[in-house]
Each structure stands twice: as structure tokens, then as C-alpha cells.
Design a protein around this ligand. Structure first.
Ligand code: PMT
Length: 402
């Protein structure tokens, strides 16, 4: 597998040498592309020594100028994955808007494969609306982002902006690049993802911070492992997962209807959605006027879809999630029993950088045998892989039980 490793100009550029080595150790061939500012931070020779290949430093830097002019097309064709680490605010903006004024940006436009971006910058720059919008566009395009870590930055400020650990970036690249085992062939997997929105009136609603990333990662991974996948998704800003059929819903009621409609044909059900627990049953169709008086809303519980599926699951395998802020395993065990699940994926959503919205998660897989298997923090795609490893084992046990 060939990785094109783009390195941009930032203090974190020195960590890219470590990343190049980590990728080589995992069996990738690595072609490094340095932007002009990056070459000020780290010498091309460092990468040449590590990768055994001359680092590319510019569109016209090749000895043979004609070859140099089309070199970006060759690298785009030969690479399986493009990884950019550190990805500066500048490169995110250029990628988002299709600017192509150097080797890395022209190669990006000519590249049709998987893109993994590991941003690093000052916290204010990361939080700037322009950067947030560019990140949103790139995610919508299906690119994978490994969020910067919190900490003291080179500028002396603290906040999100440090390049993620090179070992974690390499692990994400490797997890998506390794051919997925085809151990879910013949299975029909129904997955729910994202939040639901429960109207309060014509323009207001109750919802939560779920981005859908966990459920979408599961859908993409299950499809890669050979399953036929139906994804029932609440409102999110993500590209449809490759290989899955996506059904978009808004409310808990709509999600319930879609799940029950596809239950019969399914062999595995995974409920990663953060379904709103309450709704306003008599929500008016008009916008309610604001007054100076205090407002009390009467809310009714939404249908508990997981419990309903648990009651009628028959021989199907049912995986629930539990989003908890305390007593993680205890609460997950309670849900496992009360909702008749075969496994509950428990995540401590109060943990910084995991759970809701984040690109990463850290979970405990709670099983009927009483086992509680911790899965350490990793990209949601890696977590999805670990969850489905366990699902495949449970499925095998179900098939082979008398
Ligand atoms: O979407 P992301 O930003 O990637 O974040 C991922 C996540 C944190 C949302 C995900 O990992 C997760 O924990 N999903 C479940 C969130 C949740 O609603 O947990 P809960 O403990 O409140 O619900 C337990 C289970 O019951 C869940 O499987 C849920 O889908 C299900 N449920 C809950 C309420 C309801 N009315 N119907 C349900 O089916």
C-alpha cells in the first residue's frame, strides 16, 4: 500500500518524521510531499533517510522539469491514501475550496482515494468560523479528520491545536487500509445513528449533540465486511457511508417506524443513535409567540425503540449503546438486561475528546457472559472495527449453538 504523506509548515512538522517511520513499520511505502514552509521546518533529507525515497518539495523541483510538471498526477495515481500531517489552516482552506498552487494541492485535486487529515494549529485558528466551515466541507466530502489534541501550544496558549499522536494517526491509516475481514457476509445489518429532533413548535426542537460519526463508521465498516447494511439516520452533516443504504428520519417516532419496517429482514441490529428521550406530543404547527412569562413544557417519553426491538428480536443479534456520565459498566449491564440486548457498547460521554461529536471514542463492550471488554481510545472507525469483531464472534456462537 502506498501512502502519500503531505507535510505542511508548522512547528509540529518534526513529528511527521515519526509518523513516516510509524507508517513504514506498518508496511506502507511512504512518499513524502513537503510544502515550501514545511521544508523550512524539517529538511527533505530527514524524510529521504527514513523512507528511502526523495521527498517532493515542489511542482518543478524534479531534475527533469517535464517529468516534474506531471509528477503530481503520477503520485496521485500511485497512492492509495493521502495523509496530511500536520494539516495547517491554510491547507484545509485550499483543499476545501480547490485551490491548486503547489505540488500537494494539485496532487490532492488529482487524487481520488482515501484522505486522512491531522490538523495542528493555534487554538483560535482551529476555532475560527472559517476553519470550522472548511473542516465541515472536508468531512462532508468523506475525508477522515483526526482532531488536534488539547494542551499547551507552541504559541504559549493552551487549547485544541496539537497534532495527534503519530502512533494514533498511523493506527487510523492502517485500520482503514487493511482489508476488512469478510466475516459479515450473508448478514443483514440495521444500524441507527445520529440524534433525533423533537419539535416544540414549527421552528424549535429538542435534540442532542450526536454527530452520527459513530453510527456512520459502523455502517461503513459493516458494509466493508460484506454485510448488507441499512442505516437509519437522524439529521446529521455527514456524507452517506459507502456501501450502505441510508434512510433519513427526523423524530424518534420516524426512527421507530423505519427500524420496525426493516426489522424482519435484519439479522443484526445496532442502535448507536442518541434518540431524544422526551417529546412534546401536542407540538403546534405554528411558531409560538415569545412572552415575558416563564414557559413550562409538558413532555412525554418517546418510544423506547431498543426495548421494543429487544422484545421481538427472536434469533437476531441486538447491540445497544449506553451513553453514561457515571457508573458506566453498572448502567450498561442494567440496559443489557432490561432491553434484552446481546451486547451493550458503553461510553463515558463526560470524557473530554470522546463520545458525542468527537472523531474518537473509548468504550467498554458489556456482554451477557458478564465480561466487560475495554476498548482504548481510537478513531471511531477503529472502535467500529473492534465492536464488529465482537459482533462477528457473537454471531458465530449463535449460529453454532444447538
Ligand atoms: O453520534 P456521535 O457524535 O458519533 O456520538 C456517538 C454517541 C455518543 C451518540 C454513541 O456512541 C452513543 O452512545 N449512542 C447512544 C446514545 C444514547 O442515547 O444512549 P442512551 O444510554 O440514552 O440509550 C441507550 C440505548 O437506547 C441506545 O442504544 C439508544 O439508541 C436506545 N434508545 C434510547 C432512547 C429511545 N427512546 N430509544 C432507543 O432506542
Amino acid at each position: 500500500m502506498n501512502v502519500a504523506l503531505g507535510v505542511c509548515g508548522g512547528i509540529a512538522a518534526y513529528k511527521s518524521a515519526e509518523l513516516a517511520r510509524a507508517l513504514m513499520e506498518r508496511g506502507f511505502s511512504v512518499q513524502v510531499i513537503l510544502t515550501a514552509p514545511a521544508a523550512e521546518f524539517v529538511r527533505p533529507l530527514t524524510f529521504a533517510a527514513l523512507t528511502g525515497r526523495k521527498a517532493i518539495t515542489g511542482l518543478f523541483a524534479a531534475e527533469d522539469n517535464l517529468a516534474g510538471a506531471i509528477e503530481h498526477i503520477r503520485v496521485a495515481r500511485e497512492s492509495d491514501v493521502l495523509v496530511v500531517a500536520p494539516a495547517t489552516a491554510d491547507i484545509l482552506a485550499k483543499f476545501a475550496h480547490g485551490l491548486a498552487d503547489d505540488f500537494l494541492t494539485t496532487m490532492y485535486l488529482a487524487f481520488t482515494g482515501r484522505v486522512v487529515l491531522a490538523p495542528a494549529m493555534n487554538a483560535q485558528m482551529w476555532n475560527h468560523p472559517a476553519t470550522r466551515e472548511n473542516v465541515r466541507l472536508l468531512r462532508e466530502r468523506g475525508h477522515e479528520l483526526i482532531e488536534p489534541e488539547e494542551g499547551i501550544l507552541a504559541c504559549g496558549e493552551s487549547g485544541p491545536g496539537r497534532l495527534a499522536d503519530p502512533a494514533r494517526i498511523a493506527e487510523l491509516v492502517a485500520s482503514g487500509a487493511a482489508p476488512a475481514p469478510r466475516d459479515l457476509e450473508g448478514e443483514v445489518v440495521l444500524i441507527t445513528a445520529g440524534p433525533t429532533q423533537e419539535p416544540i413548535d414549527a421552528v424549535r426542537y429538542i435534540s442532542n449533540r450526536s454527530s452520527g460519526k459513530m453510527g456512520y463508521a459502523l455502517a461503513e465498516e459493516a458494509a466493508a465486511r460484506g454485510a448488507r447494511v441499512t442505516l437509519v439516520s437522524g439529521p446529521v452533516h455527514l456524507a452517506e457511508p459507502r456501501g450502505a443504504r441510508t434512510i433519513r428520519v427526523r423524530t424518534a417516532g420516524e426512527m421507530r417506524a423505519a427500524v420496525l419496517e426493516h426489522l424482519e429482514e435484519s439479522t443484526i441490529i445496532i442502535k448507536a443513535a442518541a434518540v431524544a428521550d422526551y417529546h412534546r406530543a401536542d407540538a403546534p404547527r405554528t411558531k409560538e409567540k415569545k412572552t415575558a412569562a416563564r414557559l413550562s413544557l409538558e413532555l412525554d417519553p418517546t418510544p423506547d425503540i431498543l426495548a421494543e426491538v429487544g422484545n421481538q428480536k427472536g434469533g437476531r443479534l441486538l447491540v445497544g449503546f449506553a451513553a453514561e456520565t457515571d457508573r458506566l459498566v453498572e448502567e450498561a449491564r442494567r440496559k443489557l438486561e432490561s432491553k434484552n440486548c446481546d451486547m451493550v457498547v458503553a461510553n463515558l460521554v463526560s470524557m473530554e475528546g470522546a463520545g458525542f461529536e468527537s472523531d474518537e471514542n473509548e468504550v467498554v463492550l458489556v456482554l451477557r457472559t458478564g465480561e466487560a471488554i475495554p476498548v482504548k481510545r481510537a478513531a471511531k472507525r477503529v472502535i467500529a472495527r473492534r465492536i464488529l469483531d465482537q459482533v462477528a464472534k457473537l454471531r458465530l456462537a449463535l449460529h453454532s449453538s444447538p
